[in-house]
Design a protein. Structure first.
Length: 102
């Protein structure tokens, strides 16, 4: 059975923390909560890897760079928010080009 490294486990914890922080601050996350959660975890994992490659060692927990992981998590959360703001929106009652009475 393959070993799970501590970076993945810590990235999940960082992603959960920042997702919960976003929900507490904004009040709701709506239907995009699973995407925020997933991209926060992937962003934290990628942020840790990028911080290790760049040699950023400001706030480390063992080999895990917490500051870079947090920045990566917020980049993932920002991507979800950006896509949700720029994407198409549905208004109540609009079901195509037929209009509300059809």
């Amino acid at each position: 059975m393959p070993e799970i490294g501590p970076a993945l486990v810590l990235a999940i914890l960082v992603g959960v923390f920042w997702t919960a922080f976003l929900v507490v601050v904004r009040g709701v996350a709506g239907g995009r909560l699973p995407f925020v959660f997933l991209l926060a975890i992937l962003g934290a994992w990628a942020g840790d890897a990028a911080g290790g490659r760049l040699g950023i060692a400001i706030l480390r927990v063992g080999d895990f760079d917490l500051l870079s992981a947090s920045a990566g998590a917020w980049a993932g959360i920002g991507l979800v928010v950006l896509v949700s703001v720029l994407g198409p929106t549905r208004t109540p009652g609009s079901r195509g080009s037929g209009g509300p009475g059809r």
